[in-house]
Design a protein around this ligand. Structure first.
Ligand code: AGP
Length: 587
């Protein structure tokens, strides 16, 4: 949650660099933003509510600047609550990602007289620093004294206008540091630094850094001891990180999936075999994730069982406590996460490791905390995902698990061929939609409803949950996915005339039960949309999905497009849904 970007340079640099960095980071929070620069020994700052969009900054160029884009946790969305927060003397500017859980107690430690301008948990930090600097003149040491008092997961950065230095301390929220010619940088996501440098260090939890015109010094935040940072030369392919002619990242990333699936089939066989090996060796396997990643884990359970003959247990990462006592050295936890920074996933993986379990990760963000902590990290390789909604990273997880499941029975090539074929089937699905607009027309017939139900049987059940999540997240239409077998046990009471019901009925051995459920809701007046290889009398509309092996990819892409069209029709921003952020780094 929240995006942090900043630099320290030997010569003045354009403050617009910070704005560009923050724009890249907006997927982390976009309810308000702010920038501070050091100018003639004073902090000059600018704060605004709303997304950055085409905003420019009136702040002067400078040798040191810090910026922040916010996802509010404490204090409403106002300019006063936007970061940075400035001390009473105008010397320090503090920005923060995370939660200061004990901010009331910390506030009580201050001398009287400080003027608080916001309702945030963060502002107390800059006033504590204001007092601390009186007895400790070294910026980083002063920050560490304050940081050690903070309870909760946080990354805190401070700009000192007197020295033109920046200091940062981290425990939980991601910080990447970058070395460029004549300047050093920090950001919440290394991708935001790639316009300036590829020489990156990922600050570990419990560490801190001082950024000066001479470079970056890294320290252990507890002991204060210096650390030699591991600087990576990141080679990430960011060729496809722009909009590429699309209006929204959601549409662009949905339409990238054919290429992504084919590339995974061609390039990720070795990783799939390695994943199959650790899964095969484990006595018991646990698949965990949050949100869409949790739905991918649920789908993974079917893939491993049906294609690889391996049973596994699925859990939402925030609910792993139940399983923890069962874990030991013969257990494998496979953690699913696009960002690799989702706090519930990281904590669950750490707890599991504490019980001796091995950790495998399916993660998109290279260099993320999960990528660095896993025993086996399989990178999805689908490029930066900038829309808050996960689309391509979801099908990429399914594809790698599909190949690994086939790999469990020595058929990784067959898995790769099936994933490759699914890439082509998605291509023709998108071409057909571009010509016929069936999904767009279906959205028009649904958009005025407040409730919608999605029925899926067996392996189509997690697909129904994921389709519902996509529609909820981006169009705010209350969509509920459920196991079709549960229909008559309650949900059918909600079906009245015209209630939209999506029925997932690909050509598999559960199709007849799906059709039975379709006729039961149809009989009660529902408007039925069949995800089906052919029209049926039970369906008012049919959205074609071809053969069964690629059905999960086609059903997912069709539901993603439907959600996108509903968002446009309902005037919602597909890339920045309200109240959401791309990676959830606070509890
Ligand atoms: C999905 O569209 C959402 N953005 C959200 O549910 C997401 O999947 C969840 O927060 C997990 O994120 P992760 O994959 O980065 O861990």
């Amino acid at each position: 949650m929240c995006g942090i970007f900043g630099f320290v340079a030997a010569q003045n640099r354009h403050t617009s660099e910070v704005l560009t960095g923050l724009k890249f980071l907006e997927y982390r929070g976009y309810d308000s933003w702010g920038i501070a620069v050091a100018k003639d020994g004073e902090v000059e700052s600018e704060k605004k509510t709303g997304a950055i969009a085409q905003a420019t900054t009136r702040l002067p160029d400078s040798t040191a600047a810090l910026g922040h884009t916010r996802w509010a946790t404490h204090g409403g969305v106002t300019e006063a609550n936007a970061h940075p927060h400035i001390d009473c003397k105008g010397r320090f500017a503090v920005i923060h990602n995370g939660i200061v859980e004990n901010y009331h107690e910390l506030g009580a430690r201050l001398r009287p007289g400080h003027i608080f301008l916001s309702q945030t948990d963060t502002e107390v930090l800059v006033h504590l620093l204001e007092e601390e600097i009186e007895c400790e003149t070294d910026l980083l040491k002063a920050l560490l004294t304050v940081f050690r008092q903070v309870e909760g997961l946080s990354a805190v950065a401070v700009l000192d206008a007197h020295t033109g230095q920046v200091a940062v301390a981290k425990n939980g929220s991601p910080i990447a540091l970058g070395w460029a010619d004549g300047a050093v940088y920090l950001a919440s996501d290394a991708n935001a630094l790639l316009d300036h440098t590829r020489r990156i260090h990922f600050l570990d939890d419990g560490n801190a850094a001082a950024l000066t015109p001479d470079g970056i010094r890294v320290y252990n935040a507890q002991s204060g001891q210096p650390i030699i940072p591991e600087v990576r030369n990141v080679t990430w392919d960011v060729r496809h990180s722009g909009l590429e002619g699309h209006t929204h990242f959601m549409s662009k990333e949905i339409h990238e999936q054919p290429r992504v699936l084919r590339e995974i089939a061609e390039r990720k066989r070795a990783e799939a075999v390695a994943l199959a090996q650790v899964i095969g060796e484990a006595r018991d396997v646990y698949l965990i994730g949050c949100g869409t990643a949790y739905h991918a884990a649920m789908q993974g359970r079917y893939l491993l069982a049906e294609l690889g003959g391996k049973s596994s247990t699925v859990a939402a990462a925030s609910e792993l406590n139940l399983i923890l006592p069962l874990l030991d050295a013969d257990s494998l936890v496979v953690a699913f996460s696009q960002s690799g920074e989702t706090i519930d996933v990281l904590e669950a993986a750490r707890e599991a490791r504490g019980r001796g379990a091995r950790i495998a990760a399916l993660v998109n963000a290279e260099g993320s905390a999960l990528d660095r902590m896993a025993d086996l990290s399989v990178l999805l390789g689908c490029g930066p995902e900038r829309c808050v909604l996960s689309t391509k990273s979801y099908t990429a997880k399914l594809a790698i698990l599909h190949m690994a499941a086939r790999g469990l029975v020595g058929e990784v090539e067959r898995g790769a061929a099936e994933v490759h074929d699914a890439g082509f089937r998605l291509e023709s699905l998108f071409e057909r939609e571009a010509k016929q607009g069936t999904i767009r027309d279906t959205a028009r017939r649904i958009t005025d409803h407040q409730h919608l139900f999605i029925l899926g049987r067996h392996r189509n059940y997690p697909l129904a949950l994921e389709a519902a999540l996509k529609i909820k997240e981006v169009s705010y239409l209350h969509a509920e996915g459920f196991a079709a077998g549960e229909l008559k046990h309650g949900v059918i009471a909600l079906i009245t005339h015209g209630t939209p019901c999506l029925i997932l009925a690909p050509d598999d051995d559960f199709r007849h039960e799906a059709l039975a459920a379709a006729s039961e809701v149809h009989a009660r007046g529902a408007f039925t949309v069949g995800f089906s290889p052919r029209p049926e009398s039970e369906f008012d509309v049919t959205l074609p999905v071809s053969c069964s092996v690629s059905a999960p990819y086609e059903i997912s892409a069709t539901a993603q497009l439907l959600a996108y069209e509903l968002a446009l029709l309902r005037g919602c921003d597909p890339d920045k849904p309200r109240n959401l952020a791309k990676s959830v780094t606070v509890k």
